[in-house]
Design a protein around this ligand. Structure first.
Ligand code: ADP
Ligand code: MG
Length: 403
């Protein structure tokens, strides 16, 4: 645990990464705005205040650490490439300068490919991983795209998208001008509509830089079902509510194949669509801990997704039988807390979570804004129906406070 970790981004994922780091004795330096959630729980005078897209700030962070990682993919990958390939210049106390080696995990190549959703889909297709059909739209009209993909189709921003911000469902040719206006100024691509039965997700840990043998280098958590509302994750069910063991196994295999194709180490979130005919396709991949893996804090208490991220980038991840990390409780349900109409809207939800003996409340220390993810609640149960019954009244309140 000697190696110091530098983290680009200090939001809730960074905060939970720091929570996992403390008991391990791992030390994290954070680059993000002053007072960001990760900094609130990690006292250090030498955190870097600034943006994870600012090359000089990233170099400043790199000078203090041995390994850089991310909690967000929307970072400057060119400076990460420079640091990974050439190191970062440091000045000794006598004024002499030298280059210091700093590892970047996952690889800057992986972050660069994944941060552009269109390049990501292209990469997956070339790796033989089924994904939604994607079309570049440069040099063609959206009317022509609509004729080819059919309606509805999804117009997506290639970069900087999150929580559905960057997506516009185009239901008919009449929506095209509104879609282009809503996503004006962004580089776009179009995706064939996936008429999925369910959305699933699998967290995968990659333990080797190599991409040649994903069987050896990837470990999959149990499959979960994710429920989105207005393109924002609302609920996560571990295990999924109505998915055969065979399909769950196929989802893990597909997720491992997808993650195995990217260089570098770390934890990855793989979002999947389960189509009505039983076919699975990858929606998208995140090269970092992911909302669909928060359940692991309580569901896999000795190996949460955050601990895995740390152990994987440090090269310390233990091996698991069958390359899977099983859930340690029969059922876990997670509900996101989104800011409501007022600053206090979610207080009742917090009280209800605290009152559940097998429940866990996680507030991120973020100011409440309508629709903003400010916390989450997890309940564990001895069966899915028990966990669902515990969560049901909280879902009703979450629906009531929706902004
Ligand atoms: P984000 O970066 O916001 O997570 P996603 O591409 O995952 O963006 O889209 C958010 C949600 O929008 C998905 O979880 C899914 O519910 C819906 N969605 C995305 N792409 C499609 C598609 N091709 N067809 C149907 N629904 C989609
Ligand atoms: Mg998504």
């Amino acid at each position: 645990m000697e190696r110091k970790i530098g983290l680009l981004g200090g939001g809730q994922l960074g905060q939970m990464l720091c929570e996992a780091a403390n008991p391990l004795g791992a030390k994290i330096w954070v680059l993000d705005a002053a007072g960001s959630p990760a900094k609130q729980i990690n006292a250090r005078t030498s955190h870097v205040d600034g943006s994870f897209t600012d090359p000089e700030k990233i170099r400043e962070l790199a000078r203090q650490v041995d390994i850089l990682t991310v909690e967000i993919e929307h970072v400057d990958t060119y400076v990460l490439e420079e640091i990974a390939e050439r190191g970062v210049e440091v000045t000794a106390s006598d004024g002499s300068k030298r280059m210091k080696t700093v590892e970047v995990q996952p690889s800057w190549k992986t972050i660069r490919t994944i941060q552009d959703k269109y390049l990501q889909k292209d990469h997956l297709t070339q790796a033989g991983v089924e994904t939604a059909i994607s079309k570049a739209i440069e040099g063609t009209s959206l009317e022509a795209v609509g004729r080819e993909l059919g309606y509805p189709f999804m117009l997506k921003s290639r970069k900087d998208a999150y929580d559905g911000r960057g997506n516009y469902p185009v239901k008919s040719p009449a929506d095209i001008s509104d879609a282009l206006e809503a996503l004006a100024g962004k580089s776009l691509y179009a995706e064939k509509w996936a008429n999925f039965r369910l959305e699933l997700a699998v967290m995968v840990v990659k333990t080797d830089n190599d991409t040649s043998d994903c069987g050896k280098s990837t470990i999959a958590y149990s499959v979960v079902e994710t429920v989105h509302e207005d393109s924002v994750c609302k609920l996560v069910y571990a295990p999924p509510r109505d998915v055969s063991v065979l399909v769950q196994q196929q989802a893990q295999d597909l997720a491992r194949k997808a993650v195995g194709s990217f260089p570098g180490k770390g934890v990855f979130g793989v979002e999947l669509f389960l189509l009505p005919d039983g076919e699975l396709i990858v929606n998208e991949i995140a090269p970092r801990p992911h909302n669909s893996g928060h359940w692991t804090i309580e569901g896999c208490p000795t190996m949460s997704q955050f601990k895995s991220q740390l152990l994987a980038i440090l090269g310390l991840m233990p091996s698991f039988p069958n390359s899977t990390i099983p859930a340690m409780f029969p059922a876990t349900v997670m509900l996101n807390i989104l800011g409501g109409k007022t600053q206090e809207s979610h207080n009742k939800l917090m009280d209800m979570a605290i009152a559940i003996p097998t429940g866990a409340l996680h507030m991120y220390g973020k100011e409440s804004k309508p629709g903003r993810k400010i916390g989450h609640i997890t309940v564990v149960g001895s069966s899915l129906s028990e966990a669902e019954a515990l969560m049901a009244p909280l879902i009703t309140v979450a629906d009531d406070i929706r902004a």
